[in-house]
Design a binder for this molecule. Structure first.
Ligand code: GAL
Length: 854
């Protein structure tokens, strides 16, 4: 039957269409797989997936993050499920706020995307205790992640709760929902052997327990080489092109491609160049992969005390394609978007064709996929990490930069080369804004900011929790209800001590299991010590002031995020193991077995003075000149929201170390700890060659984290209560909000950039006249106000630091100004009309532009 505009549409048809469109979301899909790919409702799928962890942002950000992912060419959102955020004590569950998993999955569904749910429930993820609740460690007889009955009991119970919740909300694809895959455990295969006899049986139990949950979609296990059928074993690494699943019936899935890396307080900033990420992804699809996930695509924030480690920063930005604050990171986001488009152009041939592998010379190969319809797609790779090469493929010659893949969706035209970044980029700045006294609390708003100050006691407050001979383990004592544990004792110093007469100082020696320490004697801070990302234990050695008579020693031991991975990780301890003082007349005094009084946590924490309803529990002192360099001090100020709607970071550069809250919401741990100036950093990162986290480090001598994300949704227009607990001393008057602002745009493109047929004319690439075209794009409501740099020729450098090369067209700036000034976006063609006839013959030229937007 043919429809024409005049064909009468009968009632049953109307009903059918209405039903189809309205209830489309609830039609069950059949997800299966074979060696080539996942098959959804009979259709093979090539899927690009993105990790976004729901508790690492706030619900207000979720729709925007998912949308930006979709615009970036993502089909699937992946997240772990965070057990310790959901099961707060045995059988007591929480699914509110940032932990509203159902809401998150539904947002993905509404965006028309799929979801991969990695239930774990062990997750690693640089998340406190790898996601397993601390209380489980104290259930007698429990060992995590092995054939331990209490562990398996609680794991199965939690997993069943999550599966039932998803089923109840009809979120599995088998029920019409977005979830197409679920994961049990996480990278267990890497350590299974270390667990001896408990290892393999546990892994097999986990797989069969998962399968018995009957979710109607396949289960995956990452880095689990012995994953039993029907569970699919998947790959996690910087490169997975060589990975093969453990059975010829399973598709090649890459669950973790790390497009950046995490940071630890006091360490440098790792960077993975977009060219290398694109290279790895293209190689994976070239070599038969069909699902690829970026871990992380948006890293976000370890709010409160959720970060693992120890020493993982509060920021979990990860240098991901979407930055911590939710903005696309350019050019990474844009380059990968172009890559995704190019790969999708090959989808049919890739999934339905048989590959032929051709050697094109040393380190040069082509994989050509031809399907039955005659469609042909080819990937040409140059895996040499130094030399650019020219290859002949089907009688055409192609230039292949070192360490790159060219994608030819028709086996003829290159639409993308992984090493040629054509995406425009942006300059993002943190623009400071002083804390504004709240209009709500002032008549005129002209007065100075008022601070409220409360000082903690250095040592036991109220009464000791317990007294004991010897030094206890920190984590076994606090059970992670707080970062802080006081170890206090006192000692009597006789007037005869020589050091008193000479005016010298005895030396305190402390050994520990980690993580950090502040030493107080008679209420005065004497010094601090801490471990780092590679050595958690620290030793403290320093002079202390003792007086004749009684001296109070108060040692504030701290954890900075609990161990999150590794065999038997839950048994790692923390706290002090040895305390001695050298320099007495009788030699060294060993206090390790003395009587110690202990206090868990701070008074302000216990009373919840950072929360609106706990604030009145102590007497705050009001002042417009808050004391500086004061340890153990709580500061509180009532402030206005920064103007505008840009994302906000709290600038803690001038503070020491501690915790921060806004309106009772946990911003998290701050610690502007600097990396060493003696460390090695790179100026520019060579993308060529295998990436590893220490390859391209920057930030030597700078704080690892200066700004702390405060989500916009936590602010009210006025009357916001900012509370800081400072451990060792800082200058609160220098605390500022900073707005994350796109301050400028850059773009650079070479004459030989592959001319992609762009769906969106707003991308770099082919202009109307079939020549490479640079596109500059300012954020909405802003215009190009100044062309800071323009050079057609051989410019070098990156956005913010371009410089002219030997070949430079002196008219470059005026050409760009003419086209762009005053516009929100503009396109400049690398045409003869714009830049004259062959300026420097025989050289491939490019145009690089940096402009300001205002
Ligand atoms: C993996 C792990 C992830 C994450 C990642 C590093 O081994 O599965 O959860 O920890 O390393 O960011």
């Amino acid at each position: 039957m043919k429809f024409s505009s005049t064909t009468p549409i009968t009632i049953p048809f109307v009903f059918f269409f209405f039903f189809f469109f309205f209830f489309k979301g609830s039609l069950a899909a059949n997800v299966t797989y074979d060696r080539r790919s996942l098959i959804i409702d009979g259709q093979r799928k090539l899927l690009i997936s993105a990790s976004i962890h729901y508790p690492r942002s706030v619900p207000g950000m979720w729709p925007g993050l998912v949308k930006t992912a979709k615009e970036g060419g993502i089909d699937v959102i992946e997240s772990y499920v965070f057990w310790n955020g959901h099961e707060l004590s045995p059988g007591k569950y929480y699914f509110g706020g940032r932990y509203d998993l159902v809401k998150f999955v539904k947002i993905v569904q509404q965006a028309g995307m799929y979801m991969i749910l990695r239930i774990g429930p062990f997750v690693a993820a640089e998340w406190n205790y790898g996601g397993v609740p601390v209380w489980l460690h104290y259930v007698p007889g429990t060992t995590f992640r092995t054939n331990s009955e209490p562990f398996k009991y609680h794991m199965q119970k939690f997993m069943t709760v999550i599966v039932n919740l998803m089923k109840q909300e009809k979120l599995f694809a088998s029920q019409g929902g977005p979830i197409i895959l679920a994961q049990v455990e996480n990278e267990y295969g890497d350590i299974e052997r270390v667990y001896g006899e408990g290892g393999k049986p546990y892994a097999m139990w986990a797989a069969s327990m998962a399968v018995s949950q009957n979710i109607g979609v396949p289960w995956i296990m990452c880095q689990q080489y012995d994953a039993p059928d029907p569970v699919i074993n998947t790959c996690n690494s910087f490169y997975c092109d060589q990975f093969q699943p453990n059975s010829p019936n399973k598709p090649k899935i890459w669950t973790e491609n790390w497009p950046g890396w995490f940071k630890t307080f006091g360490a440098r900033d790792p960077h993975r160049p977009p060219e290398d990420i694109a290279f790895a992804v293209a190689r994976f699809f070239q070599k038969g992969g069909s699902v690829q996930n970026y871990y992380m695509y948006h890293g976000g924030t370890n709010f409160g005390r959720t970060s693992g480690g120890p020493f993982i920063t509060t920021s979990y930005d990860y240098e991901a394609p979407i930055d911590e604050y939710g903005l696309p990171r350019l050019p990474k986001w844009g380059h990968l978007k172009e890559l995704h488009r190019a790969i999708k152009l090959c989808e049919h041939a890739l999934l339905n064709g048989e590959p032929t592998n051709l050697s094109l010379g040393p380190s040069l190969e082509a994989d050509v996929y031809t399907d039955s319809s005659g469609a042909c797609a080819a990937f040409l790779a140059n895996t040499d990490d130094k030399n650019d090469k020219t290859v002949e493929f089907r009688n055409v010659s192609y230039q292949l930069p070192a360490w790159s893949v060219s994608i030819l969706p028709d086996c003829k035209n290159v639409v993308f080369n992984t090493a040629k970044v054509g995406s425009h980029t942006s300059k993002v700045e943190m623009v400071p804004e002083n804390l504004q006294p709240s209009m709500a609390s002032l008549d005129q708003g002209l007065e100075r900011l008022q601070w409220q100050v409360f000082k903690e006691n250095a040592g036991i407050w109220e009464v000791a929790d317990f007294v004991k001979k010897g030094l206890v383990d920190h984590i076994n004592t606090t059970k992670d209800t707080t970062d802080y544990l006081w170890y206090t004792t006192s000692l009597h110093v006789s007037e005869d001590e020589e050091f008193l007469k000479k005016g010298s100082s005895p030396v305190l020696l402390i050994e520990s299991k980690g993580h950090a320490l502040h030493v107080f004697v008679n209420q005065e801070l004497q010094g601090s010590a801490s471990g780092n990302g590679s050595h958690f234990a620290y030793n403290f050695k320093g002079p202390i002031s003792l007086k004749a008579g009684k001296n109070d020693i108060a040692l504030l031991s701290m954890t900075v995020g609990l161990q999150n991975a590794g065999p038997f990780y839950e048994w790692w301890g923390a706290g002090l193991t040895n305390v001695k003082i050298m320099g007495f007349n009788n030699g060294t005094l060993d206090l390790s077995s003395s009587s110690w009084s202990y206090k868990i946590g701070l008074q302000g924490e216990k009373l919840g003075i950072y929360k609106p309803d706990g604030s009145a529990a102590v007497n705050w002192t009001s002042t417009s000149e808050p004391p500086k360099n004061q340890p153990l001090t709580w500061y509180k100020a009532v402030v206005d929201s920064p103007a505008g709607d840009e994302p906000v970071g709290l600038d803690m550069l001038h503070m020491g170390k501690g915790l921060a809250w806004l309106n009772g919401e946990e911003i998290g741990r701050y610690w502007p700890r600097k990396s060493s100036v003696h460390d090695k950093c790179v100026q520019e990162c060579d993308y060529r060659g295998k990436f590893f986290p220490d390859k391209c480090l920057t930030g030597c001598g700078k704080p690892t984290q200066r700004w702390y994300h405060v989500p916009r949704s936590w602010f009210k227009p006025s009357g916001n209560v900012l509370v800081i607990f400072e451990e060792k001393g800082g200058d609160p008057t220098k605390i500022q909000f900073s707005k994350r602002i796109f301050s400028g745009v850059c773009s650079s493109i070479a004459e030989d950039y592959p001319l992609v047929e762009h769906e969106f004319p707003s991308e770099n690439g082919k202009g109307d006249n079939n020549v490479a075209t640079v596109l500059l794009k300012c954020p909405k409501n802003t215009h190009i106000s100044n062309v800071k740099f323009a050079s057609f020729g051989t410019p070098t450098g990156t956005c913010g630091s371009y410089s002219k090369g030997d070949c430079h067209d002196p008219n470059s700036s005026s050409v760009v100004e003419k086209v762009c000034l005053g516009k929100t976006e503009c396109a400049i063609e690398l045409s003869e009309e714009n830049f004259g006839k062959d300026l420097c013959p025989g050289i491939t030229k490019k145009l690089a532009v940096e402009a300001s937007c205002s």
